[in-house]
Design a protein around this ligand. Structure first.
Ligand code: SF4
Length: 266
């Protein structure tokens, strides 16, 4: 048994006995029957790739299992979140929202419905940086936000406690521990590293990954946010201009400093 957590399709589960698995599916209704004979301990989460699908069969299945709902087209799909609120009664549920024009509405609704959020942030262009800044302002200043919006939440905590965690950890794309199994059965690195072809020894730690590849770029090595980012935004396009994301990191750092000051005066 390796230490990796593999993200697999339900039909690929038998290839990974005694491994920690995250199951992804477009047909959640099939999961309870498809996994009935598998060791429940090995399944550590499920990702529902379509918010259009009926999630009712998962309501009373595998109580407490973390679920992630994936929204690829936030501008049109966000109202579909209402269909899945019943899952919150029995599961921690996070919504993975693609950062595309109009995604702010999806974040606001997800948070209002009490879902946690993980932004699939990609390598945002200037117009999306503005929408990200708007969502960051909402996350920082709206008192009704009770659920984490990642990567804002983990990064803010890192600045606040002066223990930054790179986005590879905050956004669950850690090449030290995670592998994704493609639909054709090919094992790949997680998230944005899939298809890049980079490889290190199976026992390489995240620090080694960052030093040797992920943040080896000279700009990253000189970057004031290296510890919080880890070179994340330089993948997969290495020439990505980080000016906008550095502004967001700066706002999070300032917010953490303000919070510390407020607490010290309380
Ligand atoms: S913000 Fe850009 S330059 Fe800084 S560490 Fe991240 S990817 Fe590298």
């Amino acid at each position: 048994m390796s230490e990796f957590v593999y993200e697999v399709l339900a039909e690929q589960v038998p290839r990974y006995p005694n491994q920690s698995l995250i199951i992804r599916t477009r047909e959640p209704a099939r999961l309870p029957a498809a996994l009935a004979t598998e060791d429940p301990e090995s399944i550590v989460g499920a990702r529902l790739l379509s918010v259009d699908a009926d999630s009712e069969p998962l309501h009373a299945w595998a109580l407490g299992l973390p679920l992630e709902l994936v929204i690829d087209d936030p501008a049109t799909e966000f109202p579909l979140l209402y269909r899945h609120t019943h899952l919150l009664e029995n599961h921690p549920v996070r919504v993975a929202i693609a950062v595309r024009p109009g995604f702010a509405k999806a974040v606001r609704l997800a948070v209002a419905l009490d879902f946690a959020v993980r932004l699939e942030v990609g390598q945002p262009e200037p117009a999306l940086i503005e929408e990200l800044a708007e969502v960051l302002g909402f996350y920082l200043r709206q008192p009704t936000v009770a659920q984490p919006v990642e990567f804002f939440h983990g990064t803010l905590l890192g600045f606040f406690h002066e223990e930054p965690a790179p986005l590879w950890v905050v956004l669950d794309e850690n090449p030290q521990y995670q592998r994704q199994v493609d639909d054709d059965g090919t094992e790949d690195l997680p998230g944005r590293l899939a298809g890049t072809g980079i490889a290190l020894a199976a026992d390489a730690g995240l620090d080694e990954w960052m030093e040797r590849t992920l943040a080896a770029d000279e700009e990253c090595q000189r970057c004031e946010f290296l510890q919080s980012c880890g070179g994340y935004f330089k993948w997969p396009r290495r020439d990505y201009d980080c000016a906008g994301v550095k502004r967001l990191f700066g706002e999070l750092r300032d917010a953490a400093a303000e919070l510390r000051q407020d607490l010290s005066q309380a």
